[in-house]
Design a protein around this ligand. Structure first.
Ligand code: UD1
Ligand code: CA
Length: 462
Protein backbone atom coordinates (compact mmCIF):
# COMPACT_ATOMS: atom_id res chain seq x y z
CA UNK A 1 0.00 0.00 0.00
CA UNK A 2 2.97 2.35 0.02
CA UNK A 3 2.59 3.48 -3.58
CA UNK A 4 0.19 6.04 -2.27
CA UNK A 5 0.26 9.76 -1.60
CA UNK A 6 -2.47 11.68 0.12
CA UNK A 7 -3.60 15.22 -0.57
CA UNK A 8 -5.86 17.03 1.86
CA UNK A 9 -7.60 20.13 0.54
CA UNK A 10 -7.62 22.81 3.18
CA UNK A 11 -6.90 26.15 1.56
CA UNK A 12 -10.42 27.57 1.61
CA UNK A 13 -11.70 30.16 4.03
CA UNK A 14 -15.03 28.48 4.54
CA UNK A 15 -16.93 31.73 4.08
CA UNK A 16 -20.23 30.13 5.03
CA UNK A 17 -18.86 29.71 8.57
CA UNK A 18 -18.66 33.52 8.89
CA UNK A 19 -15.45 33.20 10.84
CA UNK A 20 -11.98 34.70 10.94
CA UNK A 21 -10.59 31.25 11.59
CA UNK A 22 -10.15 28.97 8.55
CA UNK A 23 -12.91 26.40 8.52
CA UNK A 24 -10.69 23.33 8.85
CA UNK A 25 -9.06 24.78 11.99
CA UNK A 26 -12.39 24.99 13.82
CA UNK A 27 -12.58 22.71 16.83
CA UNK A 28 -14.58 19.51 16.75
CA UNK A 29 -14.83 17.97 20.21
CA UNK A 30 -11.62 19.67 21.29
CA UNK A 31 -9.48 18.98 18.20
CA UNK A 32 -9.17 20.90 14.95
CA UNK A 33 -11.49 19.50 12.30
CA UNK A 34 -8.62 18.71 9.91
CA UNK A 35 -6.81 16.63 12.55
CA UNK A 36 -9.57 14.02 12.25
CA UNK A 37 -9.02 13.80 8.50
CA UNK A 38 -5.26 13.38 8.92
CA UNK A 39 -5.91 10.69 11.53
CA UNK A 40 -8.33 8.81 9.23
CA UNK A 41 -5.65 8.73 6.50
CA UNK A 42 -2.82 7.70 8.81
CA UNK A 43 -3.19 3.89 8.71
CA UNK A 44 -2.43 3.87 4.96
CA UNK A 45 1.13 4.96 5.60
CA UNK A 46 1.13 7.06 2.46
CA UNK A 47 4.58 7.94 1.14
CA UNK A 48 3.68 11.58 1.59
CA UNK A 49 0.72 13.51 2.88
CA UNK A 50 0.37 16.96 1.38
CA UNK A 51 -1.97 19.52 2.88
CA UNK A 52 -3.00 22.35 0.58
CA UNK A 53 -3.18 25.55 2.60
CA UNK A 54 -3.98 29.12 1.65
CA UNK A 55 -6.38 31.19 3.73
CA UNK A 56 -4.64 31.85 7.06
CA UNK A 57 -2.19 29.07 6.28
CA UNK A 58 -0.39 29.51 9.61
CA UNK A 59 -3.51 28.68 11.57
CA UNK A 60 -3.87 25.42 9.63
CA UNK A 61 -0.17 24.63 10.10
CA UNK A 62 -0.60 25.22 13.82
CA UNK A 63 -3.65 22.96 13.88
CA UNK A 64 -1.46 20.14 12.50
CA UNK A 65 1.70 20.84 14.49
CA UNK A 66 3.64 17.63 15.06
CA UNK A 67 1.83 15.63 12.36
CA UNK A 68 3.86 14.02 9.59
CA UNK A 69 2.47 16.18 6.78
CA UNK A 70 3.89 18.62 4.23
CA UNK A 71 2.24 21.89 3.37
CA UNK A 72 1.73 23.26 -0.11
CA UNK A 73 0.43 26.76 -0.61
CA UNK A 74 -2.45 27.73 -2.87
CA UNK A 75 -1.99 31.49 -2.87
CA UNK A 76 -5.33 32.30 -4.53
CA UNK A 77 -8.39 30.09 -4.11
CA UNK A 78 -9.56 29.19 -7.58
CA UNK A 79 -11.38 25.97 -6.75
CA UNK A 80 -10.69 22.41 -5.69
CA UNK A 81 -9.02 21.40 -9.00
CA UNK A 82 -6.76 24.45 -8.77
CA UNK A 83 -5.95 23.45 -5.18
CA UNK A 84 -4.81 20.02 -6.29
CA UNK A 85 -2.79 21.50 -9.15
CA UNK A 86 -0.60 23.20 -6.55
CA UNK A 87 0.67 19.75 -5.57
CA UNK A 88 1.67 18.82 -9.12
CA UNK A 89 5.24 20.02 -8.81
CA UNK A 90 5.79 18.30 -5.48
CA UNK A 91 4.41 15.06 -6.96
CA UNK A 92 6.14 15.34 -10.36
CA UNK A 93 7.98 12.02 -9.96
CA UNK A 94 5.10 10.16 -8.41
CA UNK A 95 3.16 7.72 -10.57
CA UNK A 96 1.15 5.85 -7.94
CA UNK A 97 -2.33 6.45 -6.54
CA UNK A 98 -3.44 9.69 -5.06
CA UNK A 99 -5.98 9.73 -2.26
CA UNK A 100 -7.70 13.12 -2.19
CA UNK A 101 -9.84 14.20 0.75
CA UNK A 102 -11.29 17.49 1.96
CA UNK A 103 -10.25 18.90 5.27
CA UNK A 104 -13.87 19.53 6.19
CA UNK A 105 -15.23 15.97 6.53
CA UNK A 106 -14.17 15.03 10.06
CA UNK A 107 -16.37 11.95 10.41
CA UNK A 108 -14.68 10.04 7.59
CA UNK A 109 -13.26 6.71 8.80
CA UNK A 110 -10.17 4.74 7.80
CA UNK A 111 -12.41 1.74 7.03
CA UNK A 112 -14.27 3.70 4.37
CA UNK A 113 -11.04 5.01 2.85
CA UNK A 114 -9.72 1.46 2.85
CA UNK A 115 -12.79 0.28 0.90
CA UNK A 116 -12.37 3.09 -1.61
CA UNK A 117 -8.70 2.31 -2.15
CA UNK A 118 -9.40 -1.38 -2.56
CA UNK A 119 -12.18 -0.78 -5.11
CA UNK A 120 -9.90 1.60 -6.99
CA UNK A 121 -7.03 -0.86 -7.17
CA UNK A 122 -9.16 -3.86 -8.03
CA UNK A 123 -10.74 -2.03 -10.96
CA UNK A 124 -7.42 -0.45 -11.99
CA UNK A 125 -9.47 2.68 -12.52
CA UNK A 126 -8.12 6.16 -13.29
CA UNK A 127 -10.53 7.63 -10.78
CA UNK A 128 -12.78 6.28 -8.07
CA UNK A 129 -15.08 8.70 -6.30
CA UNK A 130 -16.78 8.09 -2.99
CA UNK A 131 -20.50 8.78 -3.11
CA UNK A 132 -23.39 8.68 -0.64
CA UNK A 133 -27.12 8.33 -0.94
CA UNK A 134 -28.55 11.05 1.29
CA UNK A 135 -32.02 12.27 2.18
CA UNK A 136 -30.99 15.93 1.98
CA UNK A 137 -28.54 16.48 -0.92
CA UNK A 138 -28.66 20.29 -0.92
CA UNK A 139 -25.25 21.88 -1.26
CA UNK A 140 -23.42 18.80 -2.55
CA UNK A 141 -22.30 17.90 -6.07
CA UNK A 142 -24.66 15.34 -7.62
CA UNK A 143 -23.59 12.05 -9.20
CA UNK A 144 -24.95 11.80 -12.74
CA UNK A 145 -25.23 8.24 -14.04
CA UNK A 146 -26.32 6.82 -17.41
CA UNK A 147 -29.54 4.86 -17.88
CA UNK A 148 -27.50 1.71 -17.22
CA UNK A 149 -26.06 3.13 -14.02
CA UNK A 150 -22.59 4.02 -15.27
CA UNK A 151 -20.93 7.03 -13.69
CA UNK A 152 -20.95 9.88 -16.22
CA UNK A 153 -20.00 13.05 -14.40
CA UNK A 154 -20.52 15.14 -11.30
CA UNK A 155 -22.52 18.33 -11.41
CA UNK A 156 -22.27 21.01 -8.74
CA UNK A 157 -25.49 22.21 -7.19
CA UNK A 158 -25.14 25.70 -8.66
CA UNK A 159 -24.84 24.32 -12.17
CA UNK A 160 -27.37 21.51 -11.88
CA UNK A 161 -30.65 21.47 -13.77
CA UNK A 162 -33.84 21.09 -11.71
CA UNK A 163 -33.89 17.39 -12.66
CA UNK A 164 -30.28 16.90 -11.62
CA UNK A 165 -31.05 18.52 -8.27
CA UNK A 166 -33.51 15.70 -7.67
CA UNK A 167 -30.58 13.26 -7.55
CA UNK A 168 -29.90 12.05 -4.02
CA UNK A 169 -26.55 10.45 -4.70
CA UNK A 170 -23.90 13.02 -3.80
CA UNK A 171 -20.16 13.45 -4.24
CA UNK A 172 -18.48 12.93 -0.89
CA UNK A 173 -15.45 14.93 -2.01
CA UNK A 174 -13.17 11.91 -1.50
CA UNK A 175 -11.36 10.41 -4.47
CA UNK A 176 -8.69 8.01 -5.59
CA UNK A 177 -6.83 8.94 -8.74
CA UNK A 178 -4.04 7.50 -10.85
CA UNK A 179 -1.74 10.49 -10.31
CA UNK A 180 -0.31 11.00 -13.83
CA UNK A 181 -3.73 10.73 -15.52
CA UNK A 182 -5.23 13.11 -13.00
CA UNK A 183 -2.64 15.84 -13.44
CA UNK A 184 -3.02 15.57 -17.22
CA UNK A 185 -6.79 15.95 -16.89
CA UNK A 186 -6.49 18.87 -14.48
CA UNK A 187 -4.69 20.85 -17.21
CA UNK A 188 -7.79 20.77 -19.33
CA UNK A 189 -10.43 21.64 -16.74
CA UNK A 190 -12.13 24.90 -17.57
CA UNK A 191 -13.52 27.40 -15.08
CA UNK A 192 -17.13 26.99 -14.06
CA UNK A 193 -19.46 29.32 -15.92
CA UNK A 194 -21.20 30.24 -12.68
CA UNK A 195 -18.40 30.59 -10.12
CA UNK A 196 -15.32 30.88 -12.31
CA UNK A 197 -13.64 28.17 -10.20
CA UNK A 198 -11.87 25.03 -11.38
CA UNK A 199 -13.88 22.11 -10.06
CA UNK A 200 -12.05 18.90 -9.16
CA UNK A 201 -15.24 16.83 -9.74
CA UNK A 202 -14.99 17.81 -13.42
CA UNK A 203 -11.99 15.47 -13.65
CA UNK A 204 -14.42 12.54 -13.56
CA UNK A 205 -16.06 13.37 -16.91
CA UNK A 206 -12.62 14.02 -18.42
CA UNK A 207 -11.17 10.67 -17.31
CA UNK A 208 -14.26 8.65 -18.14
CA UNK A 209 -13.41 7.86 -21.74
CA UNK A 210 -9.80 7.01 -21.09
CA UNK A 211 -8.48 3.48 -20.62
CA UNK A 212 -9.23 2.41 -17.10
CA UNK A 213 -12.16 4.76 -16.77
CA UNK A 214 -13.88 5.96 -13.65
CA UNK A 215 -16.17 4.46 -11.06
CA UNK A 216 -18.19 5.36 -8.02
CA UNK A 217 -17.93 3.65 -4.66
CA UNK A 218 -20.83 4.12 -2.30
CA UNK A 219 -20.25 4.69 1.40
CA UNK A 220 -22.22 2.52 3.82
CA UNK A 221 -23.00 5.20 6.36
CA UNK A 222 -23.78 8.52 4.66
CA UNK A 223 -23.25 10.45 7.92
CA UNK A 224 -19.55 9.74 7.59
CA UNK A 225 -19.07 12.02 4.62
CA UNK A 226 -20.94 15.01 5.90
CA UNK A 227 -19.03 18.15 5.07
CA UNK A 228 -18.93 21.07 7.44
CA UNK A 229 -19.76 24.27 5.59
CA UNK A 230 -21.89 26.12 8.14
CA UNK A 231 -22.12 26.45 11.92
CA UNK A 232 -25.34 24.46 11.82
CA UNK A 233 -23.45 21.60 10.15
CA UNK A 234 -20.67 21.92 12.73
CA UNK A 235 -23.25 21.47 15.49
CA UNK A 236 -24.75 18.49 13.67
CA UNK A 237 -21.30 16.88 13.30
CA UNK A 238 -20.79 17.21 17.05
CA UNK A 239 -24.11 15.57 17.75
CA UNK A 240 -23.30 12.63 15.47
CA UNK A 241 -19.79 12.22 16.80
CA UNK A 242 -20.74 12.38 20.48
CA UNK A 243 -23.61 9.98 19.89
CA UNK A 244 -21.38 7.48 18.10
CA UNK A 245 -18.74 7.54 20.84
CA UNK A 246 -21.41 7.21 23.52
CA UNK A 247 -22.88 4.14 21.82
CA UNK A 248 -19.43 2.57 21.53
CA UNK A 249 -18.71 3.14 25.22
CA UNK A 250 -22.04 1.68 26.28
CA UNK A 251 -21.19 -1.52 24.43
CA UNK A 252 -17.73 -1.50 26.01
CA UNK A 253 -19.15 -1.64 29.53
CA UNK A 254 -19.14 2.01 30.54
CA UNK A 255 -22.17 3.51 32.27
CA UNK A 256 -23.33 6.82 30.82
CA UNK A 257 -26.29 7.97 32.84
CA UNK A 258 -27.46 10.18 29.99
CA UNK A 259 -25.70 9.32 26.71
CA UNK A 260 -27.31 12.24 24.88
CA UNK A 261 -25.75 14.66 27.36
CA UNK A 262 -22.26 13.22 27.53
CA UNK A 263 -19.69 14.82 25.24
CA UNK A 264 -16.87 12.43 24.48
CA UNK A 265 -14.44 12.73 21.58
CA UNK A 266 -13.80 9.71 19.34
CA UNK A 267 -10.25 8.99 20.50
CA UNK A 268 -11.19 8.76 24.18
CA UNK A 269 -10.85 5.32 25.79
CA UNK A 270 -12.63 4.28 28.99
CA UNK A 271 -12.33 0.92 30.74
CA UNK A 272 -15.40 -1.01 31.95
CA UNK A 273 -17.38 -0.18 35.07
CA UNK A 274 -16.60 3.48 34.96
CA UNK A 275 -19.59 5.76 35.47
CA UNK A 276 -20.15 9.10 33.83
CA UNK A 277 -22.79 11.48 35.10
CA UNK A 278 -24.51 13.85 32.66
CA UNK A 279 -22.70 16.85 31.26
CA UNK A 280 -19.20 15.40 31.27
CA UNK A 281 -16.84 16.44 28.45
CA UNK A 282 -13.84 14.28 27.55
CA UNK A 283 -11.57 15.53 24.81
CA UNK A 284 -8.52 14.56 22.77
CA UNK A 285 -6.48 11.48 23.69
CA UNK A 286 -7.96 11.02 27.14
CA UNK A 287 -7.79 7.59 28.78
CA UNK A 288 -9.95 6.69 31.79
CA UNK A 289 -9.34 3.52 33.81
CA UNK A 290 -11.67 0.94 35.26
CA UNK A 291 -14.31 1.69 37.86
CA UNK A 292 -13.71 5.41 37.85
CA UNK A 293 -16.61 7.79 38.45
CA UNK A 294 -16.83 11.23 36.93
CA UNK A 295 -19.57 13.52 38.16
CA UNK A 296 -21.37 16.30 36.33
CA UNK A 297 -19.74 19.34 34.86
CA UNK A 298 -16.21 17.95 34.48
CA UNK A 299 -14.06 18.59 31.41
CA UNK A 300 -10.98 16.44 30.90
CA UNK A 301 -8.60 16.92 28.01
CA UNK A 302 -5.59 14.86 26.83
CA UNK A 303 -5.22 13.30 30.26
CA UNK A 304 -4.88 9.85 31.78
CA UNK A 305 -6.95 8.82 34.80
CA UNK A 306 -6.34 5.52 36.60
CA UNK A 307 -8.69 2.94 38.09
CA UNK A 308 -11.18 3.57 40.85
CA UNK A 309 -10.67 7.31 40.94
CA UNK A 310 -13.54 9.63 41.81
CA UNK A 311 -13.79 13.03 40.18
CA UNK A 312 -16.48 15.10 41.84
CA UNK A 313 -18.53 17.78 40.12
CA UNK A 314 -17.15 20.72 38.23
CA UNK A 315 -13.47 19.83 37.67
CA UNK A 316 -11.23 20.85 34.77
CA UNK A 317 -8.27 18.59 34.05
CA UNK A 318 -5.86 19.22 31.20
CA UNK A 319 -2.75 17.37 29.96
CA UNK A 320 -2.37 15.63 33.32
CA UNK A 321 -1.77 12.16 34.72
CA UNK A 322 -3.96 10.86 37.53
CA UNK A 323 -3.26 7.58 39.32
CA UNK A 324 -5.55 4.93 40.83
CA UNK A 325 -7.88 5.56 43.74
CA UNK A 326 -7.49 9.33 43.66
CA UNK A 327 -10.17 11.77 44.67
CA UNK A 328 -10.53 15.10 42.94
CA UNK A 329 -12.95 17.99 43.40
CA UNK A 330 -15.50 19.30 43.58
CA UNK A 331 -14.37 22.35 41.60
CA UNK A 332 -10.70 21.54 41.21
CA UNK A 333 -8.52 22.76 38.37
CA UNK A 334 -5.62 20.55 37.29
CA UNK A 335 -3.58 22.46 34.77
CA UNK A 336 -1.10 20.93 32.29
CA UNK A 337 1.72 18.66 33.51
CA UNK A 338 0.15 17.75 36.79
CA UNK A 339 0.79 14.24 38.12
CA UNK A 340 -1.27 12.72 40.88
CA UNK A 341 0.18 9.47 42.18
CA UNK A 342 -2.10 6.75 43.55
CA UNK A 343 -4.61 7.68 46.24
CA UNK A 344 -3.78 11.39 46.15
CA UNK A 345 -6.55 13.79 47.00
CA UNK A 346 -7.22 17.20 45.53
CA UNK A 347 -10.22 18.85 47.12
CA UNK A 348 -12.54 21.80 46.81
CA UNK A 349 -11.35 24.88 44.91
CA UNK A 350 -7.78 23.73 44.51
CA UNK A 351 -5.62 24.70 41.53
CA UNK A 352 -2.58 22.60 40.65
CA UNK A 353 -0.12 23.41 37.87
CA UNK A 354 2.96 21.52 36.66
CA UNK A 355 3.30 19.68 39.95
CA UNK A 356 3.69 16.18 41.30
CA UNK A 357 1.48 15.10 44.18
CA UNK A 358 2.90 11.94 45.75
CA UNK A 359 1.09 8.80 46.76
CA UNK A 360 -1.53 9.30 49.44
CA UNK A 361 -0.89 13.03 49.74
CA UNK A 362 -3.74 15.47 50.23
CA UNK A 363 -4.48 19.02 49.19
CA UNK A 364 -8.05 19.14 50.41
CA UNK A 365 -9.18 22.78 50.33
CA UNK A 366 -8.62 26.15 48.66
CA UNK A 367 -4.96 25.89 47.64
CA UNK A 368 -2.69 26.85 44.79
CA UNK A 369 0.11 24.39 44.09
CA UNK A 370 2.38 25.38 41.20
CA UNK A 371 5.81 24.12 40.06
CA UNK A 372 5.90 21.91 43.11
CA UNK A 373 6.99 18.41 43.92
CA UNK A 374 5.15 16.87 46.86
CA UNK A 375 6.25 13.53 48.31
CA UNK A 376 4.15 10.77 49.88
CA UNK A 377 1.64 11.08 52.74
CA UNK A 378 1.91 14.86 52.82
CA UNK A 379 -0.96 16.93 54.16
CA UNK A 380 -1.38 20.43 52.85
CA UNK A 381 -3.64 22.53 55.06
CA UNK A 382 -6.53 24.60 53.76
CA UNK A 383 -5.60 27.77 51.94
CA UNK A 384 -1.93 26.93 51.46
CA UNK A 385 -0.27 28.71 48.54
CA UNK A 386 3.01 28.01 46.81
CA UNK A 387 4.30 31.41 45.76
CA UNK A 388 6.02 30.25 42.58
CA UNK A 389 6.24 33.51 40.66
CA UNK A 390 8.29 36.59 41.53
CA UNK A 391 6.95 38.59 38.63
CA UNK A 392 9.78 37.53 36.33
CA UNK A 393 10.60 33.85 36.81
CA UNK A 394 8.82 30.74 38.05
CA UNK A 395 10.49 28.89 40.95
CA UNK A 396 10.23 25.38 42.38
CA UNK A 397 8.90 24.21 45.74
CA UNK A 398 9.92 20.81 47.08
CA UNK A 399 7.96 19.18 49.90
CA UNK A 400 9.34 15.82 51.01
CA UNK A 401 7.48 12.78 52.39
CA UNK A 402 5.34 12.98 55.55
CA UNK A 403 5.39 16.76 55.79
CA UNK A 404 2.46 18.46 57.49
CA UNK A 405 1.72 21.98 56.27
CA UNK A 406 -0.67 23.90 58.51
CA UNK A 407 -3.51 25.92 57.11
CA UNK A 408 -2.96 29.14 55.22
CA UNK A 409 0.79 28.79 54.83
CA UNK A 410 2.64 30.60 52.07
CA UNK A 411 5.68 28.79 50.70
CA UNK A 412 7.83 31.32 48.87
CA UNK A 413 9.77 29.49 46.16
CA UNK A 414 12.46 28.48 45.61
CA UNK A 415 12.11 26.64 48.89
CA UNK A 416 12.20 23.10 50.18
CA UNK A 417 10.67 21.40 53.19
CA UNK A 418 12.52 18.34 54.52
CA UNK A 419 11.00 14.99 55.28
CA UNK A 420 8.62 14.86 58.25
CA UNK A 421 8.74 18.62 58.94
CA UNK A 422 5.77 20.56 60.28
CA UNK A 423 4.88 24.04 59.11
CA UNK A 424 2.82 26.04 61.57
CA UNK A 425 -0.48 27.39 60.33
CA UNK A 426 -0.34 30.87 58.84
CA UNK A 427 3.42 30.76 58.26
CA UNK A 428 5.22 32.48 55.44
CA UNK A 429 8.12 30.20 54.65
CA UNK A 430 11.00 31.86 52.84
CA UNK A 431 13.84 29.60 53.93
CA UNK A 432 14.40 25.87 53.56
CA UNK A 433 13.04 23.77 56.42
CA UNK A 434 15.22 20.86 57.65
CA UNK A 435 13.76 17.37 58.06
CA UNK A 436 11.65 16.83 61.17
CA UNK A 437 11.79 20.54 62.15
CA UNK A 438 8.89 22.74 63.14
CA UNK A 439 8.87 25.94 61.12
CA UNK A 440 7.08 28.98 62.48
CA UNK A 441 7.04 31.89 60.11
CA UNK A 442 4.66 34.36 61.68
CA UNK A 443 4.57 37.06 64.38
CA UNK A 444 3.97 35.89 67.92
CA UNK A 445 0.46 36.43 69.28
CA UNK A 446 -0.13 38.96 72.06
CA UNK A 447 -3.17 38.66 74.38
CA UNK A 448 -4.15 41.91 76.18
CA UNK A 449 -6.22 40.78 79.15
CA UNK A 450 -9.56 42.61 79.59
CA UNK A 451 -8.89 44.94 76.69
CA UNK A 452 -12.00 44.02 74.71
CA UNK A 453 -14.39 44.59 77.62
CA UNK A 454 -12.92 48.02 78.35
CA UNK A 455 -13.09 48.91 74.69
CA UNK A 456 -16.78 47.97 74.42
CA UNK A 457 -17.85 49.85 77.55
CA UNK A 458 -16.06 53.00 76.31
CA UNK A 459 -17.94 52.74 73.02
CA UNK A 460 -21.32 52.40 74.76
CA UNK A 461 -20.75 55.49 76.90
CA UNK A 462 -19.51 57.73 74.16
C1 UD1 B 1 -17.13 20.02 -2.68
C2 UD1 B 1 -17.38 19.40 -4.07
C3 UD1 B 1 -18.77 18.80 -4.07
C4 UD1 B 1 -18.91 17.78 -2.96
C5 UD1 B 1 -18.53 18.39 -1.61
C6 UD1 B 1 -18.44 17.29 -0.56
C7 UD1 B 1 -16.15 20.80 -5.63
C8 UD1 B 1 -16.20 21.87 -6.66
N1 UD1 B 1 -17.30 20.43 -5.06
O1 UD1 B 1 -18.06 21.08 -2.54
O2 UD1 B 1 -19.00 18.17 -5.33
O3 UD1 B 1 -20.25 17.30 -2.92
O4 UD1 B 1 -17.26 19.03 -1.67
O5 UD1 B 1 -18.23 17.79 0.71
O6 UD1 B 1 -15.08 20.28 -5.36
N2 UD1 B 1 -10.52 24.16 -1.12
C9 UD1 B 1 -9.24 24.53 -1.42
N3 UD1 B 1 -9.02 25.46 -2.38
C10 UD1 B 1 -10.02 26.03 -3.08
C11 UD1 B 1 -11.35 25.64 -2.77
C12 UD1 B 1 -11.57 24.70 -1.81
O7 UD1 B 1 -8.29 24.02 -0.83
O8 UD1 B 1 -9.73 26.86 -3.96
C13 UD1 B 1 -10.74 23.16 -0.05
C14 UD1 B 1 -11.58 23.69 1.10
O9 UD1 B 1 -10.75 24.24 2.10
C15 UD1 B 1 -12.30 22.44 1.58
C16 UD1 B 1 -12.37 21.55 0.35
O10 UD1 B 1 -11.46 22.08 -0.59
O11 UD1 B 1 -11.59 21.77 2.59
C17 UD1 B 1 -13.79 21.53 -0.27
O12 UD1 B 1 -14.17 22.87 -0.57
P1 UD1 B 1 -15.63 23.38 -0.26
O13 UD1 B 1 -15.71 24.80 -0.65
O14 UD1 B 1 -16.07 23.00 1.07
O15 UD1 B 1 -16.43 22.53 -1.35
P2 UD1 B 1 -17.98 22.18 -1.35
O16 UD1 B 1 -18.75 23.36 -1.84
O17 UD1 B 1 -18.37 21.59 -0.07
CA1 CA C 1 -17.39 21.28 1.88
Amino acid sequence: MNDLCTVILAAGQGSRMRSKLPKVAHQVAGLPMIAYVVEACRPFLAKRTLVIVGYQADRVREALAGKAVEFVCQPKRRGTAHALLQAQEALADFDGDLLVVSGDTPLLTSATLDGLLLAHREARALATVLTAEVAEPTGYGRIVRSATGELLRIVEELEATPQERQIHEINAGVYCFAAPALFKALQTIRPSAVKGELYLPDAIALLRDRDGGVQACRVLDPDEVRGVNTRAELAEIHRLLWRKTAMRLLTEGVTLLDPERTYIGPYVRISPDSILYPNVTLEGQTVIGEGTTIYSGCRIRNSTVGDGTVILDGCIIQESQIGDGCQIGPYAHLRPHTQLHHRAKIGNFVEVKKSIIGEGSKVPHLSYIGDTSIGERVNIGAGTITCNYDGVTKHQTVIEDDVFVGSNASLVAPVSVGRGAIIAAGSTITEDVPADALALGRARQINKTGFAAVFRSKQQKG
